[in-house]
Ligand binder design. Structure first.
Ligand code: 3EB
Length: 348
């Protein structure tokens, strides 16, 4: 592919005012404590994931909008709503786990396992049907992510089901896996997964400071988390860079437990290592931290000022940043940061 994916990300903070949907959008997500109460009237003609997750700081709800810069068509496949351009596909699935017919052995697996397996099977069926076979970036929002049921933390149940679905769909569970984030959403809210896929394969990036998550030892769960540390779609000045949820992990161990400031700094060191690695292997140049847009998940809202001060010091006041209150998939992690960069955000 020679043409530009021209993907653009915008975080729209509405302050809770009513809003209109902008034009030319591929898809989006709304983050709020109760997103359904605030959903804009009418069908915007593209999927909007509704994530029950409080926004921290001054903003009311936040809208995350993805633009493709070309014509899109909309469709549904199974539980997936999607739009696609000739280059990329945006899709969204929202499943109430207590309302999903079992995919796998119902006696053996939890409702969350079944919902996750259903969602991923529908996602891969959508990609096959739409002719965008490559999953590039996935956002997973899991209610009660740290709760233990069936003798296993729900994040670990999710990991088992995600792996099972990858295998069932003939996909790789290590190496060729998408960039991703997995965070806790409000108790009782649906499992929400949204994603970007492409006609062409992304370059997948690992962090030299970290063990690949798909090679984590079994102490972190019976099945490893199937995600890459970053993905690059397109080449050179046309490329888009997706940095997965990144935390204070070196090797496979959590660092600086109980110290949100040190965890934020370690997380930024990991993002810098990914920028260097993406520059070396896919982009041909190392982007500076202030060339990216950030989504920051903070477990305890009281840590917001500390985390924000570290981030502002590292990336300046100009880069787009939103802060969300979310449980993170290890109890000892206080903060997780994901990022996106593209030419639209001036890689000069
Ligand atoms: C980590 O580095 C933190 O399960 O899809 C980050 C991003 C994390 C994605 C996932 C998990 C996931 O292990 C956790």
């Amino acid at each position: 592919m020679d043409r530009l994916p021209a993907l653009e990300l915008e975080y729209v903070t509405t302050g809770g005012r009513s809003r209109e949907w902008p034009r030319g959008v591929l898809g989006g997500a709304v983050f709020d404590r109760l997103p359904r109460r605030r959903a804009a009237a009418g069908d915007p003609g593209f999927p909007v994931a509704e994530v029950s997750m409080p926004v921290l700081g001054e903003a009311g709800e936040v809208l995350e909008l993805w633009r493709a810069g070309e014509e899109v068509r909309a469709g549904t496949h199974g539980h997936v709503r999607y739009t696609c351009s000739s280059d990329v596909l945006f899709g969204s699935v929202s499943l109430d786990e207590h309302d999903v017919p079992a995919v796998a052995n119902p006696g053996r697996h939890s409702a969350l396992y079944q919902a996750t397996a259903r969602a991923y099977r529908d996602i891969f069926a959508t990609l096959a049907a739409a002719g965008h076979p490559h999953l590039v970036r996935v956002w997973n929002y899991i209610p009660d992510i740290n709760l233990e049921t069936h003798g296993l933390e729900r994040y670990r149940q999710f990991n088992s089901a995600r792996q099972e679905a990858l295998i069932a769909c003939g996909r790789s569970v290590a190496g060729s896996v998408p960039a991703a984030s997995a965070l806790g959403a409000a108790s009782g809210s649906p499992l929400v997964i949204y994603f970007l896929a492409s006609r062409m394969a992304p370059a997948l990036i690992e962090n030299p400071r970290q063990v690949s998550a798909y090679h984590y030892p079994a102490r972190y769960g019976p099945r490893s988390p199937a995600f890459s540390r970053a993905a690059v779609l397109g080449r050179n000045e046309a490329a888009a860079l997706f940095i997965s949820g990144t935390a204070s992990i070196v090797g496979h161990r959590t660092m600086h437990t109980g110290d949100p400031v040190a965890q934020t700094r370690e997380t930024l060191r990991n993002i810098e290592a990914l920028l260097a690695e993406a520059g070396r292997t896919a982009l041909g140049r190392t982007l500076p931290l202030d060339a990216l847009a950030y989504k920051v998940y903070v477990r305890d809202p009281r840590d917001l000022p500390l985390v924000r001060a570290q981030l502002t010091e590292a990336i300046g006041a100009q880069a787009p940043v939103i802060y969300l209150e979310a449980d993170i998939c290890r109890q000892d992690l206080a903060v997780e940061i994901e990022a996106f960069g593209s030419r639209a955000r001036e890689w000069s």
